[in-house]
Design a protein around this ligand. Structure first.
Ligand SMILES: Nc1nc2c(c(=O)[nH]1)N[C@H]1C(S)=C(S)[C@@H](COP(=O)(O)O)O[C@H]1N2
Ligand SMILES: [Mo]
Length: 324
């Protein structure tokens, strides 16, 4: 009989080097599985999850696009303070509930206005598009921010592989729908929190900007489930809600897609969602942000989240208070 100890008051990641902490966590997961079941299918499942969540990438290079001036948010904060409504609306829920998600096997279909549509297996995506580390500022529309060392590859490279036609003006991306594993997708007393699947879109030139990535990991390891395993969008000059998680479909479209939060509250969340300290949310200011993990960490918000040099030209001539 193996006893699993209660969580100590101080998170072990704060007092243990990260690799030791991660190995211990993986060990705990496996021993927990053994203690409960010990059956063969359960073990297979545990191993798959360990592969997906605990495994380090080898020979990662750091991208020149990284924001090197910024202090990283701790692994603990990045993986325990999340927005992922498929696992509940509380920021602490995804870290508790997302272990139920099976991320292998995983398919992602690319379709619509392109000459080379393809149904991908995630393993083939990982082989085809070598990933690198990209340290990015991460700004949520609710006015908190983090700095995350993502592992990912250029979204533009991925899209070009499928030869978009001249009609491809936008892309639409969808999250998995699997209420058996995503407890937040089960309708509650008052119906569903969101109209699933979670949907997002980008204009094609935004998607082709070198800063836009598909992220497949963080802190040098495969993506934790709560952060959108096995593959999610990261567009660092936009509010976090554009970063659709656990993607199963990418479609090239002629029309502008209608994203989830636009559908939810169109006067509060627009299609563009560019970080902009001069355009407030109807219910709060966007002029500053709380830095997660810092006790007195309130800092001014930067235009396009600090990436104006790279992306401002995408929006020249547009009124950003109308196209918010
Ligand atoms: N499928 C899906 N993707 C999602 C969300 C969600 O609820 N469901 N939340 C979004 C919001 S509001 C934010 S701020 C980021 C949070 O990403 P993080 O948890 O990795 O910090 O994910 C975005 N992607
Ligand atoms: Mo968000």
């Amino acid at each position: 009989m193996i006893l699993i100890k209660q969580k100590p008051d101080i998170a072990s990641s704060e007092i243990t080097p990260q690799n030791v902490y991660l190995n211990r966590r993986k060990f705990m997961q496996t021993t927990a599985a053994l203690a409960i079941g010990g059956s063969v299918p359960f073990m297979t499942l545990a191993n798959r999850q360990a592969y997906a969540m605990g495994t380090k990438f080898e020979n990662l290079i750091k991208s020149p696009y990284s924001a090197t001036d910024a202090e990283l948010t701790s692994y603990e904060d990045v993986t325990s303070y999340n927005n992922f409504y498929e696992f509940g609306t509380d920021k602490r829920s995804p870290a508790k509930e997302a272990h139920r998600l099976t991320t292998r096997p995983w398919s992602l279909s690319v379709s619509g206005e392109c000459e080379a549509p393809k149904d991908w297996d995630i393993e083939d995506i990982l082989k085809q598009f070598p990933a690198e580390e990209r340290i990015y500022r991460h700004r949520c529309v609710e006015a908190w921010s983090m700095v995350v060392p993502w592992v990912g590859f250029s979204l533009g490279d991925f899209l070009k592989f499928h030869k978009p036609t001249s009609k491809a003006k936008y892309i639409e991306m969808l999250t998995l729908v699997r209420p058996e594993e995503m407890i937040g997708q089960k309708p509650g007393l008052f119906g569903s929190v969101l109209n699933w699947p979670y949907r997002e879109g980008l204009r094609i030139d935004e998607a082709m900007n070198p800063l836009a990535i598909f992220a497949i990991g963080l802190y040098g390891e495969h993506m934790p489930n709560q952060n959108g395993a096995p593959i999610r969008l990261v567009v660092p000059w936009k509010y976090g809600f554009k970063g659709v998680k656990s993607i199963v479909s990418v479609r090239f479209t002629e029309e502008q897609p209608f994203n989830t939060w636009q559908e939810q509250a169109p006067h509060e969340y627009g299609f563009y969602a560019n970080v902009n300290p001069n355009v407030d949310h109807p219910r709060w200011s966007q002029a500053s942000e709380r830095v997660v993990g810092k006790l007195f960490g309130r800092v001014p918000t930067l235009m396009f989240n600090g990436y104006a040099d790279q992306v401002a030209s995408l929006y020249s001539g547009m009124d950003l208070s109308v196209n918010f």
